[in-house]
Design a protein around this ligand. Structure first.
Ligand code: IVH
Length: 679
C-alpha cells in the first residue's frame, strides 16, 4: 500500500523539482538578465502551484526552494559594492483575484484603516540617510544583500541628497526610504527608439529598462536616460508618526517624491472602488503600474499581524490582469526594415487591446516562431509589449510535436527578390541589397531627414514615397538636388510646401558633424555612438583614416561597430555619396562645442554661486555635467545662467547684471533638468 501511494505521488515530486528549477531560472532571467521569458502571471501561477504541492509534501521541504526566498538581482560581475540591508527587503504577497483581496480585508480587525497605493512597476530601492545625508542606495538584491548604486541614484533629480531641517520635525539619525525606481513611458519609448536605430535589443518594458539602466557603470548615461522614482515606505528608529499614511506625509515634507494617489480606506467597498478607478485611470499615468498595494495603516496593528516566511501580513498587492487577447493568426508576412532586417509580422483577426484595435503584431524572428511552433491558422495570444508594439506571446494550445511541425522562413527578400543572408550569431535574416531594395532606400531617406538626424521638416514618409516613386530621390545626396519645380508639381504638394521643404534642406547644412554622421545610417551607429565617434574623429577626413583599433578604443564602440564604420567608409558607392554630400555643403567637421552629450543642459555654460539647501556645490557640479552642461568659475558673456544660492558674491551679482545673465534659484534649476529630462 505504501509503495503504491508513493508511486502515485512520484509525478508530483517530479513536478516540484521541475517547478523549482524553472522558477529559479525565471528569477535569474527577470532580476539579473532583465529579460524574462515568462509572463508575470504565469510565474505567479507556477509559484502558487509549487506552494500548494510543497504543502502536501513536507518531506520534500527545502530551504532553498524559490517559495522560501525572493528572486535575486545580484550579479557577481556587477562591479557595485554589496551592502547588507538593515532590514531585510521582503517581497509582497500578491493576488490576481478581487475575492482574495476582499477576504484579506475581511480578516483584518474591525476598525482597521487601509492605505491604498499604486503598485509601481520598476525595481525597488532602499535609500539610506545617515545624519541627514544620503549615504547609500541599495537594490533589493537577494533581500538580504543588495548592490549600492548610489552614483546612479543621484542622477534622479527628485531624490534629495540631504534632509532639510524642518521646524518641529526632528531629523532622525538613521532613516531608510524605500521606493520604486522607474523609467517613465516617454523616456522608455525614446530609449527604445534609439536602441532600434542602433540595432541594439529593445527592452520589453519600462521595468527591464529601468533595471538595466540602474546597473550601468556610467552615471552620465543613466542621467541621460531619465529615471524617476516614487517612494512608499519609511523605516528607521524614532521616526515621526504612528501610521503609514502620516509617515508618507512627513516624507513629503522632507522633499521626497511621494505619489499623490495614496488614499486611506475604511471598508471593502472603498478599497474596491479604489481598485476599479485605477484599473482604468492608470493608463493615463506617465509611469507603468501593475497593480494596487493595500497596507494596514496603523503601525501597531501592522506589528501585531507579523510575518510569514517570505512576506509580511500587513500589506497585500492586487495585480491587474495582463492585457492580452486570444485571436486568429490569419497570415504571416515579412517586413523589410531600413537596414534590411526581415521581421515576420502576424496579421490577425482584429482585437481590442489597451484601448486600441490590434491587427498586426511582431513575431520577432525565425527562432521565435519555431520555438512556439507557430503556424498560420493558429489561435495566438497577443500582448502589448511595453504597450507600444503588440507582440505574439504564445498560442492557445501547442499540440504539435516537433516532427509534425513545419515552417519555412522565406529565402528571398519579399521586396526586391535578393537572396537573404543570416549572419552567424544573429537572430535576424537580412536582405543584403542595400542600395536597390526599395524599403531600405526609403528607410535610409527617412532616417536621414528624421528629427535627431538632419531634421528636415516637410519631408515625411509620404512625401519621400512620392518623390521616390517619381525617381526624384534614390539616395540621400539626391535630396540636395531637389528643385522647387520638381516638388511643386507633385500631387498634394504646392509651391508653399516646396519652399518649406527647400528651406528645411538649406537649414540642414548647419547640422553639426556628429548628427551628420548619425544621419548616414551606418549599421549600429546610433545617436550616442555617433557623438562619441565624432568627438574622437572631428571630421569625415579624420574618420576615413581611422582603423579598427582606434575606433574600438572609443567608449562603447565594440568590434562590430568599428568594422561596420570602416566597411561603410571604404565602400566606393559610399565614398561617392559622401563626396556629393560634402559638395552640397553639409557640415563634415566638428565645431568646438559639439562635444557635449545630448540632454537638458546641452551647450549651456553655468556658473554656481552662493550656498544651497538641497544639494551641495559639488553635487550641483556633478548634476550640471551629468546633464550635459559645462560648469565654469567666472561670469562672462558666454555664461548661459547662474545657479544662484543664498549669499551670492556681490562681484558676481554685479557682473551678471551688467551682462544681463539670468539667475536661477535651486528650485528653478532642478525643475529645468527635471522637466527637460524626465517628464
Ligand atoms: S510596499 C513590506 N508599496 O512591489 C512592504 N511596494 O511585488 C514593502 N512596489 O518589492 C513594499 N509599488 O518593489 C510597496 N506602493 C508600493 C509599491 C511597492 C511597487 C513593489 C516593490 C515590492 C514589489 C512587490
Amino acid at each position: 500500500m505504501e509503495d503504491l501511494f508513493s508511486e502515485i505521488e512520484a509525478p508530483e515530486r517530479e513536478e516540484i523539482i521541475a517547478l523549482r528549477k524553472e522558477l529559479e531560472e525565471q528569477n535569474y532571467r527577470y532580476y539579473v538578465l532583465n529579460a524574462p521569458t515568462m509572463s508575470d502571471r504565469e510565474f505567479d501561477q507556477k509559484m502558487r502551484r509549487l506552494q500548494d504541492l510543497e504543502k502536501y509534501h513536507p518531506e520534500m521541504d527545502d530551504p532553498k526552494s524559490p517559495t522560501k526566498h525572493v528572486g535575486s538581482d545580484l550579479s557577481k560581475k556587477s562591479g557595485f559594492l554589496q551592502i547588507t540591508h538593515k532590514y531585510p527587503m521582503l517581497s509582497l504577497a500578491n493576488t490576481y483575484s478581487r475575492e482574495e483581496v476582499e477576504d484579506w480585508v475581511k480578516k483584518l480587525p474591525q476598525d482597521v484603516e487601509i492605505v491604498c497605493e499604486l503598485k509601481f512597476d520598476g525595481l525597488s530601492i532602499s535609500l539610506w540617510y545617515e545624519d541627514g545625508l544620503l549615504t547609500h542606495a541599495v537594490t533589493r538584491g537577494d533581500g538580504v544583500k543588495g548592490d549600492d548604486v548610489l552614483n546612479n541614484i543621484k542622477t534622479i533629480p527628485s531624490i534629495p541628497w540631504t534632509l532639510p531641517q524642518i521646524a518641529g520635525m526632528e531629523s532622525p539619525r538613521f532613516l531608510e526610504m524605500r521606493g520604486e525606481v522607474l523609467l517613465p513611458w516617454k523616456n522608455f519609448e525614446r530609449l527604445n527608439q534609439e536602441r532600434e536605430m542602433d540595432e541594439e535589443p529593445l527592452f520589453a518594458n519600462p521595468r527591464n529598462a529601468a533595471s538595466g539602466t540602474l546597473k550601468l557603470q556610467d552615471a552620465k548615461e543613466v542621467a541621460r536616460r531619465g529615471l524617476d522614482t516614487y517612494l512608499y515606505y519609511m523605516l528607521g528608529d524614532n521616526l515621526p508618526a504612528d501610521t503609514h499614511y502620516d509617515r508618507l506625509q512627513s516624507a513629503r515634507r522632507w522633499g521626497f517624491p511621494i505619489s499623490e494617489h495614496v488614499e486611506v480606506c475604511h471598508s471593502v467597498d472603498e478599497v474596491m472602488a479604489y481598485i476599479n478607478t485605477w484599473d482604468t485611470k492608470r493608463k493615463d499615468l506617465p509611469v507603468a503600474t501593475d497593480g494596487i498595494v493595500l497596507k494596514v495603516n496603523n503601525l501597531q496593528q501592522q506589528q501585531a499581524l507579523g510575518y510569514t516566511a517570505k512576506t509580511p501580513r500587513w500589506p497585500i498587492a492586487y495585480k491587474f490582469p495582463a492585457e492580452k487577447q486570444l485571436t486568429l493568426l490569419r497570415s504571416i508576412t515579412y517586413q523589410v526594415g531600413r537596414t534590411g532586417v526581415i521581421t515576420p509580422v502576424a496579421n490577425l483577426d482584429p482585437v481590442q487591446l489597451s484601448g486600441t484595435v490590434v491587427q498586426r503584431a511582431t513575431l520577432h524572428n525565425e527562432d521565435f516562431i519555431r520555438s512556439l511552433h507557430i503556424q498560420e491558422g493558429d489561435r495566438v495570444w497577443v500582448e502589448k509589449g511595453g504597450e507600444i508594439i503588440p507582440k505574439i506571446t504564445g498560442k492557445e494550445e501547442d499540440n504539435i510535436d516537433e516532427n509534425n511541425y513545419s515552417y519555412t522562413f522565406p529565402t528571398v527578400c519579399p521586396e526586391c527578390g535578393a537572396t537573404l543572408v543570416r549572419v552567424e550569431g544573429e537572430a535576424a535574416w537580412r536582405c543584403p541589397n542595400e542600395t536597390n531594395c526599395p524599403p531600405q532606400i526609403k528607410g535610409k531617406l527617412e532616417h536621414f531627414v528624421s528629427r535627431k538626424a538632419m531634421n528636415i521638416d516637410g519631408l515625411g514618409t509620404e512625401t519621400i514615397d512620392l518623390l521616390y516613386s517619381q525617381h526624384l530621390l534614390h539616395d540621400i545626396a539626391d535630396i540636395y538636388n531637389l528643385k522647387a519645380t520638381d516638388i511643386a508639381r507633385q500631387e498634394r504638394l504646392g509651391e508653399k510646401s516646396a519652399q518649406n521643404i527647400l528651406d528645411g534642406i538649406e537649414r540642414s547644412k548647419q547640422v553639426p558633424w556628429a548628427r551628420v554622421l548619425f544621419a548616414l545610417g551606418i549599421k549600429m551607429v546610433g545617436e550616442t555612438t555617433a557623438k562619441k565617434i565624432a568627438r574622437r574623429f572631428p571630421s569625415i577626413n579624420a574618420l576615413q583614416q581611422a582603423d579598427r583599433e582606434q575606433l574600438t578604443a572609443i567608449e562603447d564602440v565594440g568590434e562590430q561597430i568599428a568594422d561596420n564604420v570602416v566597411a561603410w567608409l571604404h565602400e566606393p558607392a559610399n565614398l561617392a555619396l559622401v563626396e556629393r554630400l560634402a559638395e552640397a555643403g553639409l557640415t563634415m567637421t566638428a565645431e568646438e562645442n559639439d562635444n557635449v552629450m545630448g540632454n537638458a543642459l546641452e551647450g549651456k555654460t553655468i556658473v554656481i554661486s552662493g550656498t544651497f539647501t538641497q544639494h551641495s556645490r559639488d553635487e550641483y557640479k556633478t548634476l550640471i555635467e551629468a546633464y550635459g552642461g559645462k560648469n565654469s568659475g567666472s561670469v562672462s558673456s558666454k555664461t548661459s545662467f547662474i545657479l544662484a544660492g543664498e549669499n551670492m558674491g556681490p562681484e558676481k551679482r554685479k557682473k551678471a547684471e551688467t551682462l544681463g545673465v539670468a539667475l536661477l534659484t535651486e528650485d528653478e534649476f532642478l525643475q529645468l533638468i527635471n522637466t527637460n529630462t524626465t517628464k
